[in-house]
Write a protein that binds this ligand. Structure first.
Ligand SMILES: [Zn+2]
Length: 716
């Protein structure tokens, strides 16, 4: 559907709240046969032949009894073969009145012409009540309970029209009455009876009926005739078989696209549902956000529905993004304008290239890998150290979850702040000279692309086409933050491919996860922040409760320092350190700690995709937190190298004897230069225990002050 490729337009208020009216049986024009009148404004009225007892007028498309004096029972049976059915749906629309005496007949047989001696069922509206009846050769019996269709607060005479829907499934009969204008549910009654299985649809009008209250539509759907087979194709390359994607939109909400010119003819009650107006290559369009009832009312109006789906891309509701898309990056100060919109993979790449071009000596642009869909995952490395082998590496990443747009902004803000501050702000200059800072603003490139450009229901996962039908559905894919190997498969993750916490078929199965793990293997980060939204939380490893923390708990101690530095966020809350707020097995920060001894945190920001002014506040309020981490890696800290006499890196495990481990952690030196980084909670004397791959363990005692202490360990 090409409607998504909109480039300009304007956005109205947020979608209206969805009313809790569900389960309304929408008119199915393909399967429901109209026996009389019309349901949709645009349809031609059907006035078919009928067998009647008594006299009926069909003025225009209104069917009403013309009573003799005194009035007596009258019957109307259409001759249309579609009126004969056993299982299915019968729908009747009528004008409301305080004095109704009318039965919608189903599964009826009768004798004679004019018809007499009814045998079958009917749903009767009598005064202010609804009830099911059975006729046996003219004798009538009530079935099941009576349900009120009028009350003191909502009397029947206050309504204009009613719609009665009768569902028949074997011995089960269900009759419901709705307000014909709002489609609001009024009453339902049910009965179970095995006497009659098949027969004709008709109408019985009793002598007390208000002759002015006409019927305007009668439809019938024969379930037997229209039973449809849903084929489950034998695909499922990797994650099993899933239903075909070309089915009725799911859920209780709909996005309906109409021609913007048709807005004038939109029923008044639906005007509040207009969510966006935008230009498309096909013309000016309006998008309506509707529940199933609102959608049904739109379908029955004069307005043509051009397209309907249960989701729209996020960008349809975001004018700022649509204005930004396709425009070059704009310079501001020593960086670029970041606060004019949220980003997609293309805008992130554009910005990273632009920063690299402006600061070629301070940066390196690195492609870490490619997603399932072939999108590059980009890192910008920032540093001014004489040799990056001599300094700890730190990583900021964002966007493990595709819809968490603010998370990307936190990392872009770090890039901009660092590059603007070098040689202008002594604190920033010190970070760049003494650290090697990696920034990956957007890990989940496919998930983000799908959220922004295809479906706002694509929330966390990586949009992998798991069933192999050539099309990624919004619920497909893997939650990358459940895919890391440490604790993989544990609590808070799911093995169900459509689950929001789907962990993937194997630990580290996803290219995005592998790209991040590969980077960590090469760089052995001293510290990592993974930005997410939202919660105003700092998650400290280990977040899975069954995993035992380090003793002393160095990550938690540092996490508290960061949370404190973060201060009050624009939601009036301060960051708080949490462990296991809910268990999250297979997350990145636990893996970083377990695999490499990295002090890693998930930072859950204060908002989820807020308005841009709140974005700016949130970014500014979280800046002190990541700055505190960069300060903290400069000390107190133990770092250094393990090398041989010739200066070549030595593969070795390096631990601090004072920090106990319980989960089999083996933290080894970096391959390219033998570097290690081990955080400590406070200054003091520490024993560095070195276990070379080939050789005996030995210890070195180091005194750690306020600044980082690097020790050069030579293995003979
Ligand atoms: Zn997240």
């Amino acid at each position: 559907m090409a409607l998504w490729s909109a480039t300009a337009g304007h956005v109205h208020a947020a979608p209206p709240p969805v009313r809790s009216v569900s389960g309304f049986p929408a008119h199915d024009a393909k399967r429901e046969s109209t026996l009389f009148g019309k349901l949709r404004a645009t349809d031609a009225a059907v006035i078919g032949k009928a067998k009647t007892r008594g006299s009926f007028a069909t003025d225009g498309d209104r069917l009403r009894p013309v009573f003799a004096t005194p009035p007596a029972e009258q019957l109307w049976f259409p001759e249309d073969p579609a009126a004969h059915l056993g299982n299915g749906l019968v729908r009747v629309r009528m004008e409301a009145s305080a004095s109704l005496d009318l039965s919608v007949l189903v599964r009826q047989r009768y004798s004679g012409d004019p018809p007499e001696l009814l045998s079958g069922y009917g749903a009767s509206l009598e005064g202010q009540s609804l009830r099911l009846h059975r006729w046996d050769r003219g004798m009538v019996l009530p079935l099941g309970p009576e349900a009120a269709i009028g009350s003191k607060t909502a009397p029947l005479e206050k309504r204009k029209t009613l719609e009665l829907v009768l569902l028949m499934v074997g011995p089960q009969l269900v009759a419901s009455v709705y307000d014909g204008d709002t489609l609001e549910h009024i009453a339902t009654t049910t009965a179970h009876d095995t006497t009659y299985a098949f027969g004709c649809v008709g109408v019985r009008v009793g002598p007390k009926h208000d002759a002015k209250a006409a019927i305007t539509a009668i439809t019938a759907m024969d379930a037997a005739k229209h039973a449809s087979t849903v084929h489950m194709p034998a695909r499922g390359r990797r994650y099993g078989v899933m239903p075909p994607s070309d089915v009725t939109p799911f859920g209780n909400t709909r996005y309906a696209w109409i021609d913007a010119d048709a807005l004038r003819r939109l029923p008044k009650a639906l005007r509040g549902a207009v969510t966006a107006k935008l230009a498309t290559p096909e013309g000016e369009r309006a998008v309506l956000f509707l529940d199933t009832v609102g959608y049904e009312r739109l379908r029955r109006s004069e307005v043509a529905v051009l397209a309907v789906d249960s989701n729209i891309p996020w960008k349809v509701e975001n004018e700022a993004f649509r204005a930004r898309e396709g425009q070059p990056a704009q310079r501001r100060g020593r960086g670029f304008v970041l606060d004019d919109s949220y980003k997609d993979p293309a805008l992130v790449e554009q910005l990273l290239r632009a920063y690299h071009e402006r600061h070629p000596k301070l940066t390196e642009l690195v492609e870490l890998g490619r997603s399932h869909a072939g999108r590059p995952i980009w890192a910008l490395r920032i540093g001014a150290a004489k040799s990056r082998d001599d300094v700890p590496a730190v990583l900021f990443n964002g966007g493990h979850h595709g819809s968490e747009l603010l998370a990307i902004e936190y990392v872009l803000d770090a890039i901009d702040t660092l590059l603007a501050g070098h040689r202008h702000d002594p604190r920033v200059t010190a970070w760049l000279e003494q650290l090697d800072i990696w920034c990956v603003p957007l890990v989940n490139v496919d998930g983000n692309h799908m959220f922004v450009h295809e479906s706002r229901f694509a929330i966390r996962k990586n949009a992998f086409d798991g069933d192999g039908d050539g099309h990624a559905d919004p619920f497909e894919g893997v939650d990358l933050n459940r895919n890391y190997p440490f604790g993989w498969g544990g609590p808070g993750s799911s093995d169900a491919p459509m689950h929001k916490w789907y962990r993937g078929p194997a630990p580290g199965s996803e290219p995005e996860t592998l790209a991040m793990m590969g980077l960590a293997e090469r760089e052995r980060f001293a510290a990592v922040l993974s930005f997410h939204t939202y919660g105003t939380d700092v998650y400290s490893s280990y977040v899975v409760e069954t995993k035992r923390d380090l003793e002393p708990d160095v990550p938690k101690a540092i996490g508290i320092e960061l949370a404190t530095a973060g201060g009050v966020q624009p939601n009036d809350r301060s960051y708080a350190v949490r462990k296991g707020p809910y268990p999250v097995a297979g997350s990145d920060q636990d893996w970083y700690l377990h695999e490499h001894g990295t002090i890693a945190f998930v930072i859950e920001g204060s908002h989820h995709n807020p308005a841009l002014d709140v974005r700016n506040e949130a970014i500014a309020a979280t800046r002190p937190l990541w700055m505190a981490l960069l300060d903290r890696v400069r000390g107190p800290w133990v770092g250094g190298h393990v090398r041989d006499a010739a200066g070549k890196p030595v593969a070795a495990e390096v631990h601090l004897a004072e920090i106990e481990r319980f989960e089999g952690e083996r933290w080894t030196t970096r391959a390219r230069d033998g570097r290690f980084d081990r955080a400590v909670a406070r200054p003091g004397s520490y024993r560095v225990v070195v276990t070379p791959e080939k050789g005996e363990p030995f210890e070195r005692v180091v005194k750690v002050g306020a600044r980082r202490t690097d020790v050069e360990i030579v293995v003979k």
